[in-house]
Ligand binder design. Structure first.
Ligand SMILES: [Fe+2]
Length: 235
């Protein structure tokens, strides 16, 4: 699997607090079948993660993975808040994009539905496509699959996250996440891992449930083929 949403780096945001926890999370993700992680520390008012410490963390972690050894390749992007996605200068967003082509933008519980089009239009000027994370947690969007379809038609991708599918965020979010998958508007499955132990379990359980419900090909699309297009590697 290729995980395109993961708070793997420690002491940057609400992810792992120590290097040891970061390494343990990496180990658990590898055991769960993840081979590539796009590290996506928050870039928001609350966690305005700077690039230099994030780059330093990823270099440290790569060294630890090599020594362990744990087979996991890493790259750096960010999970950008709705406000930052439409207000920060592009020179701050581009270095936080995935491969210079996609920007992971979270949808928060209070994000208005009109934000989807605003974000698509703003990023299109720089040929960036938004990857909208966890629409299932956003009531204004999750009931309007037409808006998600329009965003996809304009180049956006839709990502549900494993803890939503396993019920971590409650019944309503879980029902919405599965409904989005049922309607076929979801492109990607991310782990949205923040800590060791539970994170990898959520991804393992969610993957199994997706495979049981839709088959192995759908899981491969969500967790391998489409993510491989983002990070520019062969699936
Ligand atoms: Fe996240």
């Amino acid at each position: 699997m290729i995980d395109t949403h993961c708070h793997l780096l420690h002491s940057l945001d609400d992810g792992p607090k120590t290097e040891r926890d970061s390494l343990e999370l990496a180990r658990q993700l590898a055991v769960a079948g993840v081979r590539t992680v796009v590290c996506t520390p928050h870039f928001s008012r609350r966690y305005p993660t700077a690039l230099a410490p994030a780059r330093a963390r990823i270099a440290e972690l790569e060294r630890l993975l090599f020594e362990a050894p744990i087979s996991l390749s890493l790259s750096l992007a960010a999970e950008v808040s709705p406000a930052f996605a439409v207000s920060k200068p592009m020179e701050e967003l581009l270095p936080r994009s995935i491969d210079g082509r996609f920007l992971l933008v979270e949808l928060e519980p209070d994000t208005p539905a009109a934000f989807l089009e605003t974000a698509v239009d703003r990023l299109a000027g720089e040929r960036l496509s938004p990857v909208f994370a966890h629409p299932e947690r956003c009531p204004s969007v999750r009931e309007q699959t037409r808006l998600l379809e329009e965003a996809r038609a304009a180049g956006a991708l839709i990502q549900v996250v494993a803890p939503s599918l396993t019920g971590r965020w409650g019944k309503e979010v879980g029902v919405a996440a599965w409904r989005l998958l049922d309607t076929g508007v979801v492109d990607l499955l991310g782990s949205d891992s923040h800590r060791p132990s539970h994170a990898a379990t959520h991804l393992e359980v969610a993957s199994r449930l997706v495979e049981e419900r839709y088959g192995g090909e759908v899981l491969a699309d969500l967790a391998e083929r489409v993510p491989s297009r983002l990070v520019g590697i062969a699936a």
